[in-house]
Write a protein that binds this ligand. Structure first.
Ligand SMILES: N[C@@H](CCC(=O)N[C@@H](CS)C(=O)NCC(=O)O)C(=O)O
Length: 280
């Protein structure tokens, strides 16, 4: 039997839920309440020493890291297949996973945190908040958390997030609607792969925060992809399905409060990238 350790509205868990739904797999779940620091309880740290969700238990094995869990599921239950068989296509798929793991995940965390979770943490008692920061063992992660908690959308990490999304959407647009090729439905090859599944929750989170237009209003390839994603029953079951009305409202409300400043910071980032003309 498969058992998934998960948290509500966790983007990393959502990738795994989409993969499970695409494969029609049955599984048990255990909820880990991140706002009650359950991820740092010794019994959970024995499952995932990083103190994060998701984690998957299967036949005596524990698999952590959402990208690896999705690959494990695809290798173990290969019908239907979401890892391309062709070696080059598989490499392209993994490039997208790397983009998520090496930049987009933190980008999404920073934006969500600055918009919303920051407010939730403000509502915690001093002791709870301190426990939360103290328990984050990785100094880099703690610095990010504290900066975004203290500075919100003005944090330098939010600028990194804005830049990471810019690069990801630029590359997605190139892959989906590049000028030299006909528009494509999916990022790698003709079929949906783990590259698409990996990205879905990250794009969805921006959409639910009401921030997606900042990056994609003029990217028809990405807009077409996002429209296709929202039609998938696996996506609907895994991502918007479990969200409560309160969670949806919170994302929309808190996202709206930072929209203008995120837009301005993205514009400043683009302006600073622009090469000055020779006449200037
Ligand atoms: N690279 C990991 C990241 C996991 C991760 O950070 N998960 C978040 C939820 S999306 C979490 O558990 N956060 C709790 C915390 O940092 O205290 C993965 O993809 O599984």
């Amino acid at each position: 039997m498969l058992k998934l350790y998960r948290a509500g509205n966790s983007i990393c868990t959502q990738k795994v839920l989409i993969t499970l739904a695409e494969k029609w797999l049955q599984y048990e779940t255990q909820d880990i309440d991140l706002f009650n620091n359950e991820q740092y309880r010794p019994e959970y740290l024995a499952i995932n020493p990083k103190g994060v969700v998701p984690a998957l238990a299967h036949e005596g094995h524990i698999v952590t890291e959402s990208t690896l869990i999705c690959e494990y599921l695809d290798d173990t239950f290969p019908a239907p297949r979401f890892i391309p068989q062709d070696a080059y296509a598989r490499t392209l798929m993994r490039k997208w996973s790397k983009a998520v793991d090496e930049g987009l995940f933190e980008a999404t965390r920073e934006l969500s945190f600055s918009a919303m979770f920051r407010e939730r943490m403000r509502g915690m008692s001093e002791a709870q908040r301190e426990a939360r920061f103290r328990n984050v063992g990785d100094p880099n992660k703690r610095a990010r958390f504290m900066s975004t908690y203290e500075l919100g959308v003005e944090s330098p990490y939010v600028l990194q997030a804005i830049a990471a999304y810019e690069v990801a959407f630029r590359d997605m647009e190139k892959a989906l609607a590049g000028p030299s090729r006909a528009a494509k439905d999916w990022l790698v090859g003709d079929q949906m792969t783990l590259a698409d599944i990996n990205l879905m929750p990250f794009v969805a989170r921006l959409a639910y925060l009401g921030l997606l237009d900042i990056w994609v209003a003029e990217r028809p390839g990405v807009l077409g992809w996002w429209a296709r994603v929202q039609e998938l029953s696996s996506f609907r079951t895994a991502v918007p399905g479990p969200l409560s009305e309160r969670e949806r409202e919170a994302m929309a409300t808190y996202g709206a409060r930072i929209h203008e400043r995120v837009r301005e910071r993205r514009q400043a980032y683009l302006d600073q990238l622009a090469v000055p003309s020779a006449a200037a």
